[in-house]
Write a protein that binds this ligand. Sequence first.
Ligand code: ZN
Length: 440
Amino acid sequence: MNISFKNNHSKNAIFQTLSNNEYRLFYIENGKNIRLKNDEAKEKKSLLENSGFHIQEVDSNYLIIERGLDLQTHLRFPGQDHKETLEGGLSSAFHGGYDSLVAMPNTSPFLDNPALLKSTVEKQASAGQNIIRVGQTAAATIDMKGEVVTDIALLKEAGAIAITDDGWGVARDDIQDEVFKRCAENNLLFMQHAEMPGHGGFATASDFQKKFEIPEYPNHVESDMVKRDVELLRKHPKARYHVLHVTTKKSVEAIREAKKEGLNITAEVSPHHLMFCNENIPDYNGNNKDIVNNFKMNPPLYGPEDRQALREALKDGTLDCLSTDHAPHDFDSKDKFWSEAAFGTRGLCTALSTLTTLCADGVLAYEMVEYYFSKRPREILSADGFKEARGYIILNKSTKWTVQKDDLPGKSKNSIFLGTELKGRIEGILTTDGYWQDSL
Ligand SMILES: [Zn+2]
């Protein structure tokens, strides 16, 4: 794993002086994050220094938050090494500021049986060492076909942390009803990729979509499934329903209503849907197919109005948190005409900087970044071993950087953020094992 500690020192702390003469001290004790303020921070700093601690001093230009949890990562493990290695995915999570991630089950083969799930969980734990924790989801239906519900009790026993058919929505009402029932019985979060199937679309209505005559991806397929799920959820008050990568105003409105009603529903937004819309898709120029196709993902980018609704929904709490839907691909899968190219963009290494860019632009508040990136995803998952962050991120708010392929660890380079200037960059990470500093 490509993680090195420049200051390989077991005793580390961060001391921050804020502009209004306030102080903060951050360190880890017995695996737990400790955060002190003002006089307490100053007193403890002297004590730590006397006992041989390395103290990293930073000013108010820095945002110090706990390390994050990503609720939606495609690790491509097992079976898809040609897209990304397990180490590449874990290293991307580390460099992006995460200490934990939740991996999707649409691997090769799909994770729908307890034996394969168990061996996968064991291999991930050993690859992540003590640095990145992986929570593995299991499929909701056999072969992720939406026809036969998996043995959710046995999958839980084998280590499943949540249930999802991500990549596809569970279309049949009777099957979704049974999934809610079994998830509730086993107290496992159910995560829906909300998309009613059969629409045949690959891009939402835009000048780009019309120019290249790409079949249209309609605006209602996501909210149709969310509304159907909400109806079923009323019958299962103990089920926990989470909507993955929300993209439209219609879905936001349905989620807002369901929350008002008091239903057990949570929802996330991805960095690319917060940052981009379908007007940002670049034109093909003859040799940039891979770059253009980084704007192709499922669910797709809609127009500026939908993007605006997502931003407002994150601010008002209708959308709970940020999740990456990190989806690595090999070059060849993206180097095709739009309709044939693979869906998905990377996201782990740029997610936090996406949030701070939106803060710098006045769209979001810096005070909320830790909640969206770490605290709220942990509450939603509510799984043992993932409830508390281990370590802190030191991010320089004033650093501007333009994302290049070299900034992305791992095999895959398919990031929609390539060439985009972001505001705010991670400079250091404090873990239970040491203090890491450098940009890769
Ligand atoms: Zn999905």
